[in-house]
Design a protein around this ligand. Structure first.
Ligand code: FES
Length: 184
């Protein structure tokens, strides 16, 4: 038995015939939960194609399981991903796709704002927050992955390593600050 065989021996509905995948993998609740808990937080995923966000400020919302990530073109050759949740009260920041007008990501609840590079541009009542809290507001919550290819990879886990196509540390650093939740 190979090392890979040993590691996958207990996987439900293990692939034993290279030509067939058990149909249960597509609808079994337990298998879905295993993938949600052990797979999707640990692997790169295709979030969108670059043609979908051609101009600086364009964004696409990428969702996986119960997580939502905003993939934003922050420069001609740079894409970043942010948790789609305000650092103040976790209000959802955007839906679907579009463009952040004026280069601003604006929370619809109390109006906290970020530049598309993730730096804060306005925190309502900032004087009421401790310095540490203000630092936590420094980005809508995310990591980044520069990409000049035709597609943008996303990663949702705290154990993530840099995207193979770039040297940007991407998700791991920023995700760790909010408990290893998703980012791109
Ligand atoms: S919830 Fe976003 S500014 Fe308050």
């Amino acid at each position: 038995m190979t090392q890979l065989d040993e590691r996958t021996a207990t996987v439900p509905f293990a692939v034993t015939d290279p030509w067939w995948i058990d149909r249960e993998r597509y609808y079994d609740r337990t298998f879905f939960e295993l993938e949600r808990d052990r797979l999707w937080n640990s692997v790169w995923q295709m979030a969108c194609r670059l043609e979908e966000i051609p101009a600086v400020g364009d964004y696409v919302e990428y969702t996986i399981c119960d997580q939502s990530v905003l993939v934003v073109r922050t420069g001609p050759e740079q894409i970043k991903g942010y948790y789609n949740a305000c650092r103040h009260r976790a209000t959802q920041l955007a839906l679907g796709c579009g463009s952040f007008r004026g280069g601003q990501i604006v929370c619809p609840f109390h109006g906290w704002r970020w530049n598309i590079d993730g730096s804060p541009s306005f925190i309502y009542g900032a004087e009421g927050f401790a310095a540490a809290s203000s630092n936590a507001a420094s980005t809508p919550g995310a990591g980044a992955c520069s990409s000049t290819s035709t597609a943008t990879p996303a990663h949702c886990g705290r154990r993530s390593s840099p995207c193979r196509r770039c040297s940007t540390p991407s998700a791991s650093t920023a995700c760790g600050s909010t408990g290893g939740r998703p980012c791109v």
